[in-house]
Design a protein around this ligand. Structure first.
Ligand code: CAA
Length: 256
């Protein structure tokens, strides 16, 4: 049986390729668990600085696996192992880039929204069609789409189940870059490598600080930011970055 998740490494960047092409990369429980476990391992690997999640040309991921979900009970979906996989994906501390071509629907759209940056092809379509199946988004869609697009657009997408094009997603601020299908790999890798060349500890603390904008009050989040800012002054990379500026040379960051 082919691997449902293919792992490729390019220097400090890892690309995770969803690989269930016959079902448009539908996310069955096993694949979501595998993705969560892999991200947990990559989080512990100091050589890995940025992770790209991608699919194939036709589909990033067309949502949860409906055939599997059709048989699921409330108890299955409330089970710790289902919820904890999505939680573990959300907790990944390094930058995550979604490289999206084709369908990013339901759980697929939610997976892209779990990522910190999205590079999409002109053919990408984003949406939460769960309402058409008699359910609603269950992996963060009602919260992340609302925080990204605002209440008005999120209501429309989630209540009608209609999807939007990459251009619309870009105009709404959901997507960072729109490229042709042929450019997706190089464009997402270039963005990943650009970030991977930055000081890794500063990148991680900056990511965490940005995400706190959604969880804390402004006052609490500003304290969180200030503490992280101060913490970075105990790193070698801070000394190297500032020394290199003064010496008019390129810094060499080590993640220490
Ligand atoms: N689950 C299981 N199988 C899926 C699937 C899914 N989410 N999406 C597509 N497939 C399967 C199809 O059943 C089909 O299999 P067969 O060849 O065996 O019939 C194969 O993939 C190709 O799909 P289509 O023939 O339908 O391809 P298409 O190009 O005509 O249409 C599509 C593409 C519009 C994406 C359509 O497949 C579709 O609507 N898929 C379902 C999308 C959806 O509703 N996603 C939400 C799932 S619920 C969820 O995600 C809950 C959550 O929040 C976690």
């Amino acid at each position: 049986m082919a691997e449902s998740l293919i792992i490729e490494r390019v220097n400090h960047v890892v690309r995770l390729r969803l690989n269930r092409p016959t079902v448009l990369n539908a996310l069955n429980f096993r694949l979501v668990r595998r993705l969560a476990k892999t991200l947990e391992e990559l989080d512990q690997d100091d050589e890995v600085r940025v992770v790209i999640i991608t699919g194939n040309k036709k589909s990033f991921a067309a949502g949860a696996d409906i055939r599997e979900m059709a048989e699921a009970t409330t108890a299955d979906l409330m089970a710790e192992r289902y919820l904890s996989s999505w939680l573990r994906i959300r907790q990944f501390s390094k930058p995550l880039i979604a490289a999206v071509s084709g369908f990013a629907l339901g759980g697929g759209c939610e997976l892209a929204l779990c990522c910190d940056l999205i590079v999409a092809t002109e053919t990408a379509r984003f949406g939460q069609p769960e309402i058409l199946l008699g359910i609603m988004p269950g992996a963060g869609g009602t919260q992340r789409l609302t925080r990204t697009l605002g209440k008005t657009k999120a209501m429309e997408l989630i209540l009608t189940g209609k999807s939007i094009s990459a251009k619309e997603a870009f105009d709404y601020g959901l997507v960072n870059r729109v490229v042709s299908i042929d450019e997706l790999e190089t464009a997402s890798l270039a963005l990943a490598e650009e970030i991977a060349a930055k000081p890794p500890l500063a990148v991680r603390l900056a990511k965490q600080s940005i995400l706190k904008a959604f969880d804390l009050s402004l006052e609490e989040a500003l304290h969180f930011e200030q503490n992280n800012f101060a913490l970075l002054f105990s790193t070698e990379d801070q000394r190297e970055g500032m020394k290199a500026f003064i010496e008019k040379r390129k810094p060499h960051f080590k993640g220490k």
